[in-house]
Design a protein around this ligand. Structure first.
Ligand code: HEM
Ligand code: HEM
Length: 233
């Protein structure tokens, strides 16, 4: 972290996989929430979005170990001490620039990813007690499936709170700290003080073949899980 600098330089931070992951997730999440609330025939689309979210989030969790420098968990999960210190300084004057996710944002990212993964996994075991069951509901008792559906409803609300906090934090950076993190999530480039920009320029790049291979493998894995009862009766 570095104190404000007047001469900011644009440097690459978010690899293409992180960016595609993020904006696809946003579109799918919005569609999943709307179709989940609407219910009825829309639930088919809800389930499809859920499978896609499961794929994306599983990919992102693996990418957190093998992706570009700033996609890695080791680059943005810091100690509670550092996180608290950052949180305190965030509400002060001036601005601490960070190349990747800031310490507070980093923990929020992990919370979002784990809650989304749990929500999508629970979805596989749901039973709406009318006409829809998740593909794996038959492997648990009906009582368990109904209990899981109750948790699925609650986690849906928890996720909405997390997303609200997440978007509020991004807007806080935009309007109060005058740092446009949204543009960076589209272009992959952040405006940084020269020292941090140099650090970002020299950081480990993402491997495109590896990213594609992991993505294809995760698609295959989720496809097998979702179709398990049909293919392996
Ligand atoms: C239009 C609404 C949204 C905007 C403008 C937005 C913006 C952003 C921005 C700017 C970042 C990077 C933050 C940073 O620089 O540290 C980010 C990261 C992230 N956002 Fe969002 N976001 C939105 C909605 C969502 C939703 C709905 C979800 C999940 C349901 C979500 C999940 C995430 C995750 C998981 C990351 C971490 C990205 C990564 O490291 O792969 N966002 N978002
Ligand atoms: C991360 C992905 C998911 C999110 C964010 C999500 C979110 C939601 C939300 C917000 C609702 C409406 C709850 C309410 O009305 O209070 C819902 C309902 C439902 N979801 Fe999901 N869901 C996801 C994944 C899945 C998956 C993968 C499946 C099944 C394959 C699934 C099956 C269902 C069913 C069957 C309902 C209707 C339950 C009922 O009416 O009692 N969901 N979900």
């Amino acid at each position: 972290m570095t104190k404000p600098d007047t001469s900011l330089i644009s440097a690459p931070v978010w690899d293409i996989f992180v960016r595609c992951f993020h904006w696809s997730l946003v579109a799918l999440f919005v569609t999943a929430v709307i179709s989940g609330e609407v219910g009825g025939n829309a639930i088919v689309w809800h389930m499809r979005c859920g499978y896609a979210i499961l794929t994306l989030v599983t990919f992102r969790l693996i990418w957190g170990f093998v992706g570009g420098e700033y996609a890695r968990f080791t680059s943005f999960l810091t100690s509670p001490g550092k996180t608290i210190a950052f949180a305190k300084s965030m509400f002060g004057k001036g601005h601490d620039y960070v190349v990747g996710h800031n310490p507070l944002g980093g923990w929020m990212v992990l919370a979002l990813l784990l809650t989304l993964a749990t929500q999508a996994t629970l979805g596989l075991f749901t039973n709406d007690e009318i006409a829809t069951t998740g593909p794996l509901a038959q492997y648990v008792s009906e009582a368990t499936s109904i209990r899981v559906t109750g948790i699925h409803h609650i986690l849906g609300k928890v996720l909405l709170v997390f997303v609200f906090l997440h978007v509020a934090a991004v807007l806080f950076h935009l309007f109060v700290k005058k740092e446009n993190l949204i543009r960076a999530m589209f272009t992959g480039k952040k405006s940084l003080p020269s020292e941090l920009a140099r650090e970002a320029e020299g950081a480990r790049r993402a491997s495109t073949p590896l990213g594609l291979a992991v993505f294809v493998l995760v698609i295959a894995l989720v496809t097998v899980i979702v179709n398990w009862p049909v293919w392996f009766k």
